[in-house]
Design a protein around this ligand. Structure first.
Ligand code: ATP
Ligand code: MG
Length: 451
C-alpha cells in the first residue's frame, strides 16, 4: 500500500513538474487524457450552463406524455468527432435545429473556463457543423512547428496559429504580402522564416534590404539577386520588370490559341506552361520598405518615383509571371507619398506585428477588419514575434513564427545553395558569395557584393 502511495505521489509530482516546466510534454503525456475525459464527462452540463442546448421538440414531449415518462431534458449539440492533437483537442459538433455557429463562437470564452483549456476557437465547417478547436497550453509561448506539414509548391509553413494549426504563406493563393510592425517586433525574423521555408523549393529569391543588407546578405548563397541601397534597388526592380516582360512574351509565344486547343491548355500564367519551359517563380523580399520611399533631394525624389512605379507594376502584373512581392516595413501609409496606397491595395496578404498606434494597425487591417486592428494594438511588447495575420477568407488569426536564428537560416540557405537559379536579367545583381564566407554579421557595412 505504501508503495502504491509513493508511486501516486511520484506520478502527481512528475505531472505537476512537467506542467510547470514542459507544457508540451505534459500535454502529450497526462494532459491529453485528462482533458479528453474532462470534456466527455462534463460536456452535457457545460453546454447547458453555456446556453448551448435546445429544449425538447414537440414530438419528444408528446412521446414522453403518451409513454407516461418524465419530461425529456434539453439537448446539447451532438458530438460528431473528438480528435486529440499535438496541442489540444478538436471537437466537431452537429448543431441542433435553431442553433447557429455564432452561438458557439460567442461562448468560446465560457467553454474555455468550463473545460479548463488554454484557448478555444470555433469555426463553421459546413452548414450545421461547427469545429471547436481547443488548445491545452499556450502554443505561442515557445513555438514548435509540427514535423510534418502539408507542403505544396509555393506554400510555406511559416508560423503557428494560436489554435495550434499551421499558418501557411501560400504565394499562389495570395501573391503579394505586406508585413508591418514597430521596431523590434519580429518582422525580420518572420521574413527569415519565409526565406528558410522557400530555400528548398524551386524558386528564385530576390532581396532588397536597405538596412545595409544586415538581414538578407548573410543568406546570400540562396539569393539570385540582392540590393542593399536604394540606387541598386531601383536598377534591380527595373531589371525585374524587364524579366516580367520576357516571361509574358514566353507565355504569349506558348499560347497559340486556335479552335482546336482545349480550354484547360490555354496558358494564362506560368503555372499553365509545360514543366520544361516554365520560368522559375521569383519571390521579391523587401525589408524596411520606407527607405525606398524617402527622399531628401530632387534627384532622390525622381529615384523614389521610379522605384514606386516599378513596385506598383510588379504588384499589378507580376502574379501571372510568377513574381511575388513580400514587403516588410514599420509603417506603410500615404505619408510615404504618391503611389503608396495604390501599391498597398495590391498587397493582399496582411500581417501586423506589434504596432504602437492605431493608424499603423489601420495600414494593415483598416480596410479589412476592425477586430484585427484592435488585436494588433493589444499584442504585448514583451512577446516579440506575435502577429495578426489576415487570411484569404477575410478572417484573421494570432500567429507566431518559430524563433529561427540567423545562424539557422544561414545554414538552411547554404544547404540549398545549389538550388539558386540564375536569372539572366538579374545576373548583375547576383551576390558574390565568395565574399560572404561566414554567418557573422559585420559591424560595419557589408560589401555590396554585386558582381
Ligand atoms: N517569433 C519570435 N519568437 C521569439 N523571439 C522573436 C521572434 N521574432 C522576433 N523575436 C525577437 O525579437 C527580436 C527583434 O526581431 P526582429 O529583428 O525581427 O525585429 P524587427 O521588427 O525586424 O525590428 P526592426 O524594425 O528594428 O528591424 C529578435 O532578435 C528576437 O530576439
Ligand atoms: Mg527588421
Amino acid at each position: 500500500m505504501t508503495w502504491f502511495m509513493v508511486a501516486v505521489v511520484v506520478v502527481v509530482a512528475a505531472a505537476g513538474f512537467l506542467r510547470w516546466r514542459r507544457p508540451v510534454w505534459y500535454w502529450l503525456t497526462f494532459g491529453v487524457v485528462l482533458a479528453t475525459v474532462r470534456v466527455l464527462v462534463r460536456y452535457a452540463s457545460v453546454m447547458d450552463a453555456c446556453g448551448l442546448t435546445v429544449p425538447p421538440s414537440r414530438w419528444r414531449l408528446a412521446l414522453a406524455r403518451v409513454a407516461n415518462r418524465p419530461v425529456p431534458e434539453s439537448r446539447p449539440p451532438r458530438i460528431l468527432r473528438l480528435r486529440p492533437t499535438r496541442t489540444g483537442l478538436v471537437l466537431r459538433l452537429k448543431l441542433r435545429p435553431g442553433q447557429d455557429a455564432f452561438d458557439v463562437a460567442a461562448s468560446t470564452d465560457r467553454l474555455r473556463h468550463s473545460f479548463g483549456m488554454y484557448g478555444v476557437t470555433s469555426r463553421e465547417v459546413r452548414s450545421g457543423v461547427v469545429e471547436v478547436r481547443m488548445t491545452g497550453y499556450d502554443v505561442l509561448k515557445q513555438v514548435q512547428m509540427p514535423a510534418k506539414t502539408d507542403t505544396r509548391p509555393m506554400r510555406v509553413p511559416v508560423a503557428l496559429r494560436e489554435d495550434g494549426s499551421v499558418h501557411y504563406r501560400d504565394y499562389r493563393a495570395v501573391p503579394h504580402g505586406l508585413t508591418l510592425g514597430a521596431t523590434e517586433s519580429g518582422k525580420s525574423v518572420y521574413q527569415r522564416n519565409l526565406v528558410a521555408g522557400l530555400a528548398p523549393m524551386d524558386v528564385a529569391l530576390v532581396g532588397i534590404d536597405c538596412k545595409q543588407g544586415v538581414e538578407l546578405f548573410p543568406l546570400a548563397r540562396r539569393f539570385s539577386a540582392l540590393a542593399d541601397d536604394p540606387d541598386t534597388a531601383l536598377e534591380l526592380l527595373e531589371a525585374l520588370v524587364s524579366h516580367m516582360e520576357e516571361v509574358y512574351q514566353l507565355i504569349r509565344a506558348e499560347q497559340r490559341i486556335s479552335v482546336a486547343v482545349p480550354d484547360a491548355e490555354i496558358a494564362a500564367d506560368i503555372w499553365d506552361l509545360p514543366d520544361d519551359i516554365r520560368p522559375v517563380p521569383v519571390v521579391v523580399l523587401i525589408d524596411e520598405v520606407a527607405e525606398l520611399a524617402l527622399f531628401a533631394s530632387k534627384d532622390e525624389e525622381k529615384r523614389r518615383d521610379r522605384i514606386i512605379t516599378a513596385l506598383v507594376r510588379l504588384a499589378q502584373l507580376g502574379r501571372a509571371a510568377g513574381i511575388y512581392l513580400e514587403i516588410c516595413g514599420q509603417r506603410f501609409g500615404s505619408e510615404l507619398g504618391k503611389g503608396i496606397t495604390m501599391l498597398r491595395a495590391q498587397l493582399t496578404g496582411r500581417t501586423a506585428h506589434r504596432v504602437n498606434d492605431e493608424t499603423s494597425a489601420n495600414m494593415a487591417f483598416g480596410d479589412i477588419s476592425p477586430d484585427a486592428v484592435l488585436a494588433a494594438i493589444q499584442i504585448p511588447a514583451e512577446t516579440r514575434g506575435i502577429a495578426i495575420a489576415g487570411d484569404s477568407t477575410g478572417g484573421w488569426h494570432r500567429i507566431r513564427a518559430p524563433h529561427t536564428s540567423l545562424r539557422q537560416a544561414v545554414n538552411t540557405c547554404n544547404k540549398y545553395a545549389d538550388r539558386t537559379p540564375d536569372l539572366p536579367a538579374l545576373a548583375a545583381y547576383r551576390p558574390a558569395v565568395a565574399a560572404l564566407p561566414s554567418a557573422r554579421v559585420p559591424l560595419s557595412k557589408t560589401a555590396p557584393a554585386t558582381a
